[in-house]
Design a protein. Structure first.
Lengths: 113, 113
């Protein structure tokens, strides 16, 4: 069946460039999460949507990070003026909500040079 | 300060034997715990979960044990198979319905034939 789809799989950006990462959640999943995973670390929470509402953005590391989910389905994570420390795998996950498990996509590996 | 800790970065087990992966947490408000399995270049895949009101949950070869007084949980895999070789993440969810998870750093399990 269709899982969470993320694109692109790999992205190389020069320092200072803006990037946009896309997430297509599982159809019908109301909850959508973005996580950042640095090398050798576990995923770290960035932000959470319930339908189109961004209910928690406490994990976004700076105001250069922005996420949206305008129609309650596809979500985009945008990083402005990328820095080397932004290099990581960005994971998107969706769920039915409540205590339902999160289903992750394969992530986008961002490398900032 | 890490709220979910996996103190063993790696574990090596012989095929057919038991694998025991450990996880400690600090926040007594966590009400739900999950284990995820991750292969290289893929997103984490949900494996098994346990509510804080239980002390054991079993699913086939996988059993999760929760010791609330010690703030400790463990994942037992028996018998271990070479295909179980992956990184295992312990995750915890705080109280409420948001569903946001806090992950440990992971333990890399190698099952040798």
């Amino acid at each position: 069946g269709a899982g969470v789809s993320q694109s692109p799989r790999y992205k190389v950006a020069k320092r200072g460039q803006d990037v946009a990462l896309r997430c297509d959640p599982i159809s019908g999943h109301v909850s959508l999460f973005w996580y950042q995973q640095a090398l050798g670390q576990g995923p770290e929470f960035l932000t959470y949507f319930q339908n189109e509402a961004q209910l928690d953005k406490s994990g976004l590391p700076s105001d250069r990070f922005f996420a949206e989910r305008p129609e309650g389905s596809v979500s985009t994570l945008k990083i402005q003026r990328t820095q080397q420390e932004d290099s990581a795998v960005y994971l998107c996950a969706s769920s039915l909500g409540g205590s339902s498990p999160l289903h992750f996509g394969n992530g986008t590996r961002l490398t900032v040079t | 300060d890490q709220q979910v800790k996996q103190n063993s970065p790696s574990l090596s087990v012989q095929e057919g034997r038991i694998s025991i992966l450990n996880c400690d947490y600090t926040n007594s408000m966590f009400d739900y715990f999950l284990w995820y399995k991750k292969y290289p270049a893929e997103g984490p895949t949900f494996l098994i979960s346990i509510s804080s009101i239980k002390d054991k949950n079993e699913d086939g070869r996988f059993t999760v044990f929760l010791n609330k007084s010690a703030k400790h949980l463990s994942l037992h895999i028996v018998p271990s198979q070479p295909g179980d070789s992956a990184v295992y993440f312990c995750a915890a969810r705080g109280g409420g319905s948001q569903g946001n998870l806090i992950f440990g750093k992971g333990t890399k399990l190698s099952v040798k034939p």
